[in-house]
Write a protein that binds this ligand. Structure first.
Ligand code: ADP
Length: 436
């Protein structure tokens, strides 16, 4: 940016001569003012880098003009060089410097000396300008850095707050879990104990044992042992999944056949509770890569929940839909449904819709979190649609997987599902907290 020099002299001849001299040697814009008032006006309107100010002027002399300039915040830092032919005594020089001039040059002026001095002032001005730019940039940088630090601190504070909230929530969940587990463990153990005492009583009071009564007690004991086993199995599996020690064994299988077999195997149990079950499918055959045990756990768990939360006379539907890259398995019931505010947390571990003390059905609340983990380990998704008092629909999407990789995936041999005692045991375990 070129410099702007203001010459203030009430004698136009002097001012023109000075302007010509400056223009010859210095690359600067020269502005003239032929009175003090005019000079002050120009200074208000445009920025000026250096003022060459005559002392002896008509209405307002140079000293007065300089005082105004120094009083004005906008102009106080513009360097003033006094030029004078009349006020040459030391007393005037002293006054000029006291007002704040950077120089006091008396006439006749040595032209080269004047040009040299103006150049020195302009260089100083340039240095100051650069320094200002440097300072401004530094301040900008520091402000930016400070802003970033503040932002980082704010982020940290937010993260800390979130971590704290999560820790509190995790702790609450743990407390809830312990309450549930204790209840879940205590109930079947108490039943087992009372049943044993009853058998003891039968034995001590009569010589011949009533076989019907005895069988009933043994059935009760068996069911409660299955309940304990289910709980322990779920706990072991959840722990294994958490520590990444739960390994899936993938095989290629016809998922339609697998789901149908599982559904058919629970028909008698479902009927015994006065509920109808209907299986329907889009396709007869759909091969996917999956872990058979995990699929059994998923379907049996969803079926046992559907039966558990559906009153007598209700219906359970199992549907399969084929979507090229994935298969959709739907387990739907006409049961009690789930309240809207609980739908989001239904798959969270240890969440139970029913309050522990008031609930009508048994359960630890880990079943669905295990189901979700198993579905996700297959690369699938699970969601629930439910309306309170109108039933629930659990939708599982399982990807087909790499069915061409035949080395890794042995073909499905449905003997594991058809092994009756194996299936009955699994159903007994999964359905153990349903009372028929
Ligand atoms: P659990 O392991 O005790 O069976 P789940 O994790 O399977 O528990 O289910 C958690 C809760 O979700 C159940 O206690 C129940 O309140 C609700 N729930 C699950 N399935 C259904 C369903 N089909 N109908 C109504 N409520 C259900």
């Amino acid at each position: 940016m070129p410099y702007r020099i203001l010459i203030v002299d009430d004698n136009p001849n002097n001012s023109i001569a000075l302007k010509l001299l400056i223009s010859e040697y210095i690359n600067a814009e020269v502005v003239e003012a032929h009175s003090g008032e005019r000079a002050l006006k120009i200074l208000c309107e445009q920025p000026v880098d250096l003022i060459l100010l005559d002392v002896q002027m008509g209405k307002m002399d140079g000293f007065e003009v300089a005082s105004y300039i120094k009083k004005n915040n906008k102009t106080k830092d513009v360097p003033i060089v006094f030029l004078t032919a009349a006020y040459i005594s030391e007393e005037f020089k002293k006054r000029g410097f006291e007002i704040g001039a950077v120089d006091y040059i008396t006439k006749p002026i040595d032209e080269y000396q004047l040009i040299n001095r103006i150049n020195v002032y302009l260089k100083l001005i340039e240095k100051e300008r650069n320094l200002n730019i440097l300072l401004e940039n530094k301040i900008k940088e520091q402000t930016k850095e400070l802003f970033m630090q503040t932002e980082a601190l704010r982020r940290q504070a937010r993260e800390l707050k979130k971590a704290k909230e999560e820790a509190v929530a995790a702790n609450d969940a743990k407390i809830m879990f312990l309450a549930n587990i204790t209840h879940e463990l205590r109930t079947p153990i108490n039943i087992l104990l009372s049943s044993t005492q009853l058998i003891k009583q039968y034995l001590s009071t009569s010589d011949s044992i009533d076989k019907v009564k005895l069988k009933k007690q043994i059935d009760i004991q068996t069911q409660n042992c299955y309940r304990l086993l289910r709980l322990v199995n779920n706990l072991i599996d959840i722990t294994k999944i958490d520590s990444c020690n739960f390994k899936l064994v993938y095989i290629k299988c016809n998922i339609v056949e697998v789901v149908e077999e599982i559904t058919m195997s629970v028909v008698e149990y479902v009927k015994a509770k006065g509920i109808s079950i209907i299986f329907d499918t889009d396709v007869e055959e759909k091969f996917i890569v999956c872990d058979l045990d995990a699929i059994e756990r998923i379907i049996l768990n969803l079926l046992s929940n559907a039966v558990k939360f559906t009153p007598k006379g209700g219906m359970v539907f199992v549907n399969i839909k084929d979507f090229q890259n994935y298969v959709r398995i739907i387990v739907k019931d006409t049961g009690i449904g789930i309240q809207e505010d609980m739908l989001e947390s239904i798959f969270e571990r240890f969440k139970q819709v029913d309050n522990l003390l008031t609930r009508k059905s048994e359960g630890s609340g880990i079943g669905l979190s295990l189901v979700k983990a198993l579905v996700e380990m297959h690369g699938g998704k699970i969601k629930v649609i439910s309306k309170y008092q109108c039933g629930s629909e659990f939708i599982v999407d399982l990807p087909v997987g790499n069915i061409d990789c035949s080395e890794k995936c042995s073909s499905f041999d449905n003997s594991s599902i058809q092994n009756e005692s194996n299936v009955i045991k699994k159903i007994n375990i999964e359905f153990s907290d349903i009372y028929f």
